[in-house]
Design a protein around this ligand. Structure first.
Ligand SMILES: C[S@@+](CC[C@H](N)C(=O)[O-])C[C@H]1O[C@@H](n2cnc3c(N)ncnc32)[C@H](O)[C@@H]1O
Length: 429
């Protein structure tokens, strides 16, 4: 695309955004579980309507685009929306559960085949006998599941393996994974793994097969809608570390829509911890060991020193302020942005010139200093040849993410960290 037409497209995108009514991006009362978006819970999911609107905006002003990439696909929200918009989609995430969820959600499964598999499965499960040796063996199994639940889950897993054809299994594994979370001893409303208190645990008697059936029935509704939308564009999914996308060719993607992590997994959202019980049951072959996943994610290892060469004055100033009260914390924060900077380089390498990158980020607070991630990424992006196109806030009415944390680790001392997020668009020159 010639420079002048790229600038015109930038300008047209900005005008379209300015013409939107106030609060447009909040999507306060929308159905965030429509299509296949409700298959599985996941922390900090993107609102589908945000991804949908961003894709539509870029398609309106760059009508020829054909492909969408999300390097932090999580539960696959932007990929599902990319498909619905007719784009070939490529997604990646370090978390193998992410790939499974996204595979299930971006595939239109034959509804009749699902029904027939479910019937065969349920008939088979009734007859499956499980001994302790057949069940999974991982640390704390009995801490997280009641004995009857372990037996029921093991029978269900064995039934899926024995009766559901390989090609259809992802749909059933995702339902199995969501079931695991609901029937475990964890507090389901939390995205970190906390066990139910003793009182609630004593009363806890979950119905494994009943829960599984309900999850399947719910997911079948989403699938039936996607099935009607066939033929769907191609999808390919990976478990690459976004810091190393060398397996992907250069300059292939037209559009990126993503929401990266807000910070390192230890102090923000622990995606690995959230996924651990499912991963331990599912024995997915790829990716780091379930209990090592969080350390492998962005910012998993603190920077050795506070000196850095990242070209972001905003980051440097914030690190200096944090270091005044806690130098170790500042090194952890630095590690996150150093890693994010590498991903920015990698993402830009695989984007074609004039391709837009749509980022949805949370600006968290550390030691009472707000980290203005949208500004930091924008500053970092300049040396990779990206130009800022638009930047606007969105209020978070219903996102499953931390709204409060304890900045000082004092009991009862909480600050609000994120009630809004930033959406910004960059373009590769
Ligand atoms: C905010 S979530 C994405 C949520 C997603 N937009 C959705 O709607 O579900 C961020 C994702 O980044 C992934 N992640 C963190 N570090 C990563 C890395 N180094 N490489 C690839 N993925 C990473 C996490 O596993 C998580 O799924």
């Amino acid at each position: 695309m010639a420079i002048s037409s790229a600038l015109q497209a930038d300008q047209a995108i900005r005008q379209s955004i300015e013409a939107l009514p106030t609060g447009y991006w909040d999507f306060a009362n929308v159905d965030t579980k429509e299509w296949t978006h409700g298959y599985h819970s996941y922390p900090a999911m993107m609102i589908p309507q945000v991804a949908r609107s961003l894709i539509a905006l870029v398609q309106q002003h760059q009508p020829g685009i054909r492909s969408l990439f999300d390097p932090f696909m999580g539960s696959g929200t932007s990929l599902v929306e990319g498909l619905l918009a007719g784009l070939t989609t490529v997604g990646s995430d370090l978390n193998p559960l992410s790939r499974l969820m996204t595979q299930a959600k971006t595939t239109a499964w034959d509804p009749e085949a699902l029904q027939s598999c479910l019937k065969t499965l349920m008939d088979a499960v009734a007859d499956i006998q499980i001994s302790e040796a057949d069940g999974p063996h991982f640390d704390n199994l009995a801490f997280w599941f009641k004995p009857t639940v372990i037996t029921e889950l093991a029978r269900l897993k064995c039934g899926i393996e024995n009766t559901v054809p390989d090609a259809i299994r992802p749909f059933f594994w995702v339902a199995f994974s969501d079931t695991i979370r609901w029937v475990s001893n964890s507090r389901n409303a939390e995205f970190k793994l906390y066990r139910l208190d003793e009182g609630r645990l004593a009363q806890w008697n979950p119905d494994v097969l009943g829960t599984f059936r309900k999850v399947i029935a719910r997911n079948e509704i989403g699938n039936a809608r996607l099935w009607e939308r066939r033929p769907l564009p191609a999808v390919s999914l990976h478990t690459y570390n976004a810091m190393d996308l060398s397996a992907l060719p250069e300059e292939v993607f037209d559009l990126m829509v993503t929401s990266p992590p807000y910070g390192d997994s230890r102090t923000t959202v622990a995606y690995g911890q959230f996924s651990r019980l499912s991963l331990q049951w599912l024995d997915l072959a790829d990716g780091p060991a379930p209990n090592k996943l969080d350390q492998t994610m962005l910012g998993g290892t603190a920077a050795p020193a506070l000196q850095h060469a990242l070209p972001s004055p905003t980051l440097t100033a914030s690190l200096g302020q944090i270091a005044q009260t806690d130098a170790n914390r500042a090194r952890e924060v630095l590690a996150f942005y150093q890693d994010l900077d590498v991903t920015l380089r990698e993402i830009t390498r695989v984007m074609r010139p004039s391709g837009y990158q749509c980022w949805v980020v949370g600006n968290r607070t550390v030691k009472q200093i707000q980290l203005v991630t949208d500004k930091i990424i924008t500053e970092l992006s300049e040396r990779y040849g990206l130009v800022p196109v638009a930047n606007f806030p969105r209020v978070i009415p219903n996102k499953r993410m931390p709204k409060e944390n304890s900045p000082t680790n004092q009991v009862g001392s909480k600050v609000t960290t994120m009630n809004s997020e930033k959406i910004f668009i960059l373009r590769k020159n």
